[in-house]
Design a protein around this ligand. Structure first.
Ligand code: C2E
Ligand code: CA
Ligand code: CA
Ligand code: CA
Length: 276
């Protein structure tokens, strides 16, 4: 509009309009991302602390568009969820990732689980379990080499009873990891009552463990409790030696963080696994 004066409301409106436009553009990019090959996957190694070997890897979705350049998951995942496009994108990703992990096994690389982030929108779809079955069957990936990363908040908001869902996943034979632990909904209920294999302590928590005695104590207690329940613990976003040393002392099992490696393209991941 021509009528942009010094009116605060007009300025606010134009800022909102800009955001709306970017939103619309991102939806457009996401809608065509698979066809245009503007979506791809990186893998971040998970390192076992005791042996410093790669014991798994997390698949992370990436968007690089001709029109908008790289868009971070922080920006595009919420838009993909709101628009429903997450369904198509994550189904694509799940197939790619299972296929990739099966290929590694076929190459003679000792099998390790690949982890995939599952959004609450996916979990709440009636077809989710059948999609999983279908993908595992189509790709031939043994189910124990697929791990689903689920947040506590999506378990809480699940239409299916959380225990029922996790039991079904366990019957299917896939692994389950409780993601972003320590943020928001943390309920010890989930730990003691739910069949989960791994717990991932969120980066926001790991950031402070060397500077906050309280956070350090909480991390220690979480690790001890998890171990008493036969659950492995991953520390996310470990960047510094002092964090690593502390986590080692606290008997944390697995490290995911820049201190060992950021997310990698598939060939770089394969190189890293082979060198070890
Ligand atoms: P997340 O599941 O907590 O994934 C870990 C994030 O931490 C990744 O960010 C990873 O690159 C980053 N990270 C790992 N180690 C370090 C470190 O040492 N330092 C720092 N600063 N960052 C580290 P990314 O790839 O940007 O993903 C952000 C979030 O987007 C993920 O958080 C996840 O919630 C979501 N996301 C990514 N890919 C997918 C996907 O395929 N599906 C769904 N539903 N969500 C996804
Ligand atoms: Ca994750
Ligand atoms: Ca996480
Ligand atoms: Ca996180």
């Amino acid at each position: 509009s021509k009528d942009t004066g010094k009116n605060k409301f007009t300025i606010f409106d134009s800022k909102m309009e800009e955001e709306l436009n970017r939103n619309t553009l991102i939806v457009e990019v996401l809608r065509n991302a698979i066809d245009n090959k503007e979506v791809y996957i990186q893998y971040q190694p998970l390192i076992e602390l005791e042996t410093t070997t790669v014991i798994g890897y997390e698949a992370l979705m990436r968007i690089r568009s001709e029109r908008l350049g790289s868009i971070t998951p922080e920006e595009f995942i919420p838009i993909a969820e709101e628009s429903g496009l997450i369904i198509e994108l994550s189904s694509w990703l799940l197939k790619e990732v299972c296929n990739f992990n099966k290929e590694l096994i076929d190459m003679g690389i000792p099998p390790r689980p690949v982890s995939v982030n599952i959004s609450s929108i996916q979990i709440n779809r009636p077809g989710f379990i059948s999609l999983l079955r279908e993908v595992l069957e189509e790709t031939g990936l043994p189910p124990q080499y697929l791990e689903l990363e689920i947040t506590e908040s999506s378990l809480v908001s699940s239409i299916m009873d959380a225990t029922e869902l996790l039991n079904t996943l366990q019957e299917l034979g896939v692994k389950v990891s409780l993601d972003d632990f320590g943020t928001g909904y943390s309920s010890l209920n989930y730990l003691t009552k739910m069949p989960i294999n791994t717990l991932k302590i969120d980066k926001s928590f790991i950031d402070n463990i060397c500077y906050s005695e309280k956070d350090s104590q909480i991390a220690k207690s979480i690790i001890q409790l998890a171990h008493s329940l036969n659950i492995k613990v991953v520390a996310e976003g470990v960047e510094y030696e002092n964090q690593l040393a502390l986590l080692k002392e606290q008997k944390c099992d697995i490290i995911q963080g820049f201190i060992y490696s950021g997310p990698l393209h598939a060939p770089a991941l394969i190189d890293m696994i082979r060198k070890a």
